[in-house]
Design a protein around this ligand. Structure first.
Ligand code: PA5
Ligand code: NI
Length: 192
């Protein structure tokens, strides 16, 4: 891998980067156990393994000192009342931060610490979000028509810990409620 400075462009609209080293596509089948309404999840999956989100990564060595960048695209859609979202994760090296820059669409970043502190930040074009060290993070697309597109950058040694979130999900859920978009407590955390 070259260590020379480089540039790439992220043309709008669309935000498909001019340089892509890896393209990840996550479908409903990759989101087992994540959506609250498991009955609707099962029905939807039986019909079609829909595409939920995509990530375009620019490769750099996964070591401290490097920065990993890419574009995340969460498509519009819902499972029951819950909007499409990324799996979400803690960083394996938990005291590593991340920056997101929203390019298109509307949505939220759902975040929490291992101690149970929570934060849900709205995302819209032009907004920069700083995810501090120790905060797990998940992007949620709350638009009915438009993709939520963000640019992200994080330390090369951060890694992804999906396992913790896979157990119960996040403490807060973003749903299409009776009175519009609502942040609700995840019932799976009741009594914990
Ligand atoms: O590291 C990040 O936070 C992003 O690159 C995410 O990996 C991306 O948004 C996809 O989400 P996830 O890794 O939770 O599937
Ligand atoms: Ni991350």
């Amino acid at each position: 891998m070259s260590d020379l400075p480089f540039t790439f462009v992220v043309p709008l609209p669309g935000a498909l980067p001019s340089r892509v080293d890896n393209h990840i596509q996550r479908r409903l089948s990759a989101m087992q156990g994540q959506f609250l309404d498991q009955v609707t999840y099962g029905k939807m999956l039986a019909e079609d393994d829909r595409l939920v989100y995509e990530v375009y990564e620019i490769h750099r060595p996964e070591i401290a000192g490097e920065l990993l960048m890419g574009i995340s695209i969460v498509h519009p859609g819902k499972v029951g009342r819950e909007f499409y979202m990324t799996k979400g994760h803690f960083h394996t090296v938990i005291d590593t931060a991340e920056v997101y820059y929203c390019l298109e669409g509307e949505g939220f970043m759902v975040m929490e610490t291992p101690e149970g502190e929570t934060s849900v930040e709205p995302l819209s074009p032009g907004k920069v979000l700083y995810v501090p060290p120790r905060w797990a993070h998940r992007s949620v697309c709350s638009s009915r028509q438009q993709d939520l597109i963000t640019f992200f950058i994080y330390p090369g040694n951060a890694g992804h810990d999906y396992g913790t979130i896979e157990q119960l999900g996040f403490r807060k859920l973003v749903v299409d409620g009776e009175h519009g978009i609502e942040m609700i407590d995840n019932p799976r955390y009741q009594g914990r």
